[in-house]
Write a protein that binds this ligand. Structure first.
Ligand code: ADP
Ligand code: MG
Length: 642
C-alpha cells in the first residue's frame, strides 16, 4: 500500500464500526430498541427473544410509529427525529430529554444482522415495512397486523455479518440474563409502562403498568427486587440546589457479593457511572467488608444542562458539570439515612432464622457470618500498634459502666438479682429460684419495654445477650456490638484530633506512570489530611515523606498503588481512608469484649442503651449484624399458636 492510499470507507463498514461500540451483545440491541419505544411514547413494550437473543430479538410497541417517508431514514446513519436546531439554526447537545439522539442504533444493528422495521404511524391506517440486509435496504412494502399505531423491530441472526464477535458472547442463559437485567432497569424508571419478555416461547418477565406515583413506583420496585428489599430498605429523598435524589437503599446487613444490584438513574436514564459508584462506596465505606455490596436504587434528577449524556456511545456513562456537588449530595443523603437508621439491622435476618427463607443468598456464608469469637479479617497487631491500643481510651468500663450513660431512662434494674444462664451457674440454681427471678424481672421489663432493644434478661454461651421488648425477643452478639461501639468512638476521636502523621527517616520513592503521578498529585491535599504526605519526584515517581502514624509500618508501595487504582476506578482515593479504618477496626476488635466475658444485667443493659445511641450499631464493621430480633407474633406462629 502506498503512502497516499487513504480511502473513504463504504457505509456498511462505517456502520459495522459504529456497531462495535453500540452493540456489545444482544442485550445492547434490546436496550436500544426498548429506548426507541420509550421515546415513541409507548405504554406497552413486548420483547421476544430466542437463543439468548442471538437467533432473534423482536421488540413491539404501541408508540407513535414512523411515517412512510421516514422509514428509510430511520435505518440511515446519523438520521434522527430527536434533535432539532432552533430558529437561529443552532444545535444544542446539552439539553437532551430523549433516550436517543445519535441516530446510530438502527443502522448499526442493521449492519450486523437481518433487520426488519414495521410501523404504523399515528393518524394513519397503513402499515409499512422495510428490511435491511448487508448493504441492501429494501423499498417499503405494505404490511399488516397493526390495529393501532406502533412499531415492530425484528433483528435476526445477530452478528452473522461479523462472526468473530460471536466468539465473545457468553452462553444463551447469560445473555438472557443481561437482557432481563436491562429491561428491569428500564422498567424501574418507567413505572407506567407495561413490559413483557419472552425467551424461547417462555414468559420470563411480565410487569404490569403501574400508576405514575410513589406507590406505583414502589410496587414496580418490589416486583423487580422482591418484597425483601422493601422491608430492608431506607427511603432517600434529598434535595440540593437544583438536584433531587430519591430512591431506596438497602440496610448494610442486607448485602450482596456483587455490585450488580445497584441501580442508578440520572434523569430517567440507567447509568453505570464511576462517580456514582464511588459515592455509594464512600457512603457505605466502613459499614461493609470490602467484598460486599449494598443493594440500592437511586434516581437522580437534575437540570439537563448540568449533565452531558453525550459521553459514551451506549450512553451508560455520563459527565456531570459539577461532580463534587453530585458526590456531596449522594454521600450526604446516604450517610444521614444510614446513621438515622442507627442500630437497625435487617429484619429479613430474623425471617431467615425462623426458617422462612434461604439464608445463603443474602449472607456471605455461614462460616463468615456466624461469629467464631474472633475477627477473621484481623491481622496480628505489630508491637507499635499494640502500644497504640493502649494509647486509645478503649476501656471496657466506658461502655459497660451504667454510670456513664447520659441518655435514656434511669436504670431500675440495678439492684435486681442477676439472671445469668451460663451453664456453670445454672447448675447451682434450683428450678424454683430461676422462676422467681424471671417473674420479678417480668414486671420490670414491662416498665422498660419501650427501649428499642428492650431489657436484657440473660447472657448465653458467654456471648449472646437475650433481651425482651414489649413485642419481641432480641439476641445480641455482644462481641460484634462492642466492636462497633469502640470503633465509632475511635473514629470520632480520629476526626476530632486529626490524623497524626509520622515522618519517614528516608522518603520512599515510588515509580509510577506519568499520568498516575499527575493523578495522585491532584489528591495531594486530601491525602495530607488523611496523614499521607507525597510530593513530585521527577516526572515518573513520587516521594512519600510522611505516613499516618496509626498505620505502623505499612507496605507503602502497595498502599500508593492501591490509591492510584482507586483514583482510576472511582475518581478518588479510598485506600488510605480504608487502611486507616481497617486499623481502627482491628484495634477496636482487640479492645473489644471478647465473646466469653460474663456480663451482669447492668452491664448488658448499658451495652444495649449504648447501641441505641450509637450510629451504625446494627452491624459490626464487616456488615455482620450485631443483633437479631424475633417478633413475638412470628414466634407464636412457629409454635402454632396463631
Ligand atoms: P435515535 O434513537 O438516536 O434517534 P435510532 O437509530 O435508534 O436513533 O432511531 C432512528 C429514528 O427512528 C429515531 O429518531 C425515530 O425517529 C425512529 N424510530 C426508531 N424506533 C422507533 C420506534 N420504536 N417508534 C417510533 N420511531 C422510531
Ligand atoms: Mg435510538
Amino acid at each position: 500500500m502506498n503512502a497516499s492510499g487513504i480511502i473513504v470507507l463504504p457505509n456498511e463498514i462505517i456502520n459495522q464500526i459504529a456497531a462495535g461500540e453500540v452493540v456489545e451483545r444482544p442485550s445492547s440491541v434490546v436496550k436500544e430498541l426498548v429506548e426507541n419505544a420509550l421515546d415513541a411514547g409507548a405504554d406497552r413494550i413486548e420483547v421476544f427473544t430466542e437463543n439468548g437473543g442471538i437467533r432473534s430479538i423482536i421488540v413491539t410497541d404501541n408508540g407513535s410509529g414512523i411515517i412512510l417517508k421516514d422509514l428509510p431514514l430511520a435505518v440511515e446513519r446519523h438520521a434522527t427525529s430527536k434533535l432539532k436546531s432552533d430558529e437561529a439554526g443552532k444545535w444544542d447537545l446539552l439539553n437532551i430529554a430523549s433516550m436517543g439522539f445519535r441516530g446510530e442504533a438502527l443502522p448499526s444493528i442493521a449492519s450486523i444482522s437481518r433487520l426488519t422495521l414495521t410501523s404504523r404511524a399515528q393518524n394513519t391506517n397503513e402499515t409499512w415495512s422495510i428490511s435491511v440486509e448487508g448493504a441492501e435496504t429494501s423499498t417499503p412494502k405494505p404490511a399488516s397486523g397493526f390495529k393501532h399505531s406502533g412499531t415492530r423491530v425484528e433483528v435476526l441472526d445477530l452478528f452473522y455479518a461479523v462472526p468473530a464477535r460471536l466468539k465473545f458472547l457468553k452462553t444463551p442463559r447469560t445473555e438472557l440474563q443481561a437482557i432481563t437485567d436491562i429491561i428491569k432497569r428500564l422498567a424501574m424508571v418507567n413505572t407506567k409502562i407495561g413490559f413483557l419478555l419472552f425467551h424461547d416461547q417462555k414468559k420470563i418477565l411480565e410487569l404490569k403498568a403501574q400508576k405514575d406515583d410513589e406507590q406505583g413506583g414502589l410496587n414496580r420496585l418490589s416486583e423487580i427486587l422482591g418484597k425483601d428489599f422493601k422491608e430492608n430498605a431506607l427511603i432517600i429523598d434529598s434535595k440540593r440546589e437544583e438536584m433531587h435524589l430519591r430512591g431506596f437503599i438497602g440496610l448494610p446487613t442486607f448485602h450482596r457479593s456483587a455490585a450488580t444490584h445497584q441501580y442508578m438513574f440520572v434523569n430517567g436514564r440507567p447509568v453505570k457511572d464511576k462517580l456514582l459508584a464511588g459515592a455509594v462506596r464512600g457512603a457505605y465505606q466502613d459499614l461493609l467488608a470490602k467484598d460486599r455490596h449494598p443493594v440500592l436504587v437511586l434516581f437522580l434528577t437534575l437540570p439537563l444542562s448540568m449533565v452531558d449524556v453525550n459521553a459514551h456511545p451506549a450512553k451508560t456513562e455520563i459527565r456531570f458539570r459539577n461532580p463534587a456537588l453530585v458526590r456531596g449530595l449522594i454521600i450526604g443523603a446516604l450517610k444521614s439515612a444510614l446513621s438515622e437508621a442507627g442500630h437497625k439491622s435487617s429484619p429479613t435476618l430474623s425471617q431467615y432464622a425462623l426458617g422462612k427463607g434461604k439464608l445463603e443468598s443474602r449472607m456471605p456464608s455461614n462460616k463468615h457470618y456466624f461469629y467464631q469469637g474472633g475477627n477473621r479479617h484481623q491481622k496480628p497487631l505489630s508491637p507499635q500498634q499494640q502500644h497504640m491500643v493502649n494509647g486509645f481510651p478503649i476501656k471496657e468500663e466506658a461502655i459497660f459502666n451504667p454510670n456513664t450513660i447520659s441518655a435514656g431512662k434511669p436504670h431500675k434494674v440495678q439492684n435486681m438479682p442477676m439472671e445469668e444462664m451460663d451453664e456453670s451457674q445454672d447448675k447451682n440454681k434450683t428450678g424454683q429460684e430461676s422462676l422467681n427471678v424471671s417473674e420479678s424481672n417480668q414486671t420490670l421489663g414491662d416498665l422498660n419495654a419501650d427501649f428499642p432493644l428492650g431489657m436484657a434478661r440473660a447472657q448465653m454461651h458467654k456471648n449472646y445477650i437475650l433481651s425482651q421488648t414489649h413485642d419481641s425477643i432480641i439476641i445480641v452478639d455482644q462481641h460484634a456490638a462492642h466492636e462497633r461501639l469502640v470503633y465509632e468512638k475511635m473514629k470520632q476521636e480520629l476526626e476530632a484530633g486529626g490524623i497524626k502523621r509520622q515522618a519517614l527517616l528516608i522518603p520512599e520513592i515510588i515509580e509510577l506512570d506519568t499520568s498516575e503521578v499527575e493523578h495522585i498529585l491532584e489528591f495531594e491535599k486530601q491525602l495530607k489530611e488523611s496523614g499521607l504526605v507525597v510530593e513530585r519526584f521527577g516526572n515518573r515517581a513520587i516521594a512519600v515523606r510522611e505516613i499516618p502514624a496509626l498505620l505502623g509500618k505499612p507496605d507503602i508501595k502497595r498502599l500508593v498503588k492501591d490509591i492510584v487504582d482507586d483514583i482510576a476506578r472511582f475518581g478518588e482515593a479510598f485506600s488510605l481512608q480504608e487502611s486507616l479504618r481497617e486499623i481502627c477496626a482491628t484495634l477496636a476488635c482487640h479492645g473489644s469484649v471478647r465473646s466469653g466475658r460474663r456480663l451482669n444485667l447492668d452491664e448488658m443493659n448499658t451495652l444495649l442503651r449504648k447501641m441505641e445511641s450509637t450510629p451504625y450499631s446494627g452491624q459490626c464493621n464487616h456488615g455482620r449484624p450485631t443483633y437479631v430480633e424475633f417478633k413475638l407474633s412470628d414466634i407464636e406462629k412457629l409454635f402454632g399458636r396463631r
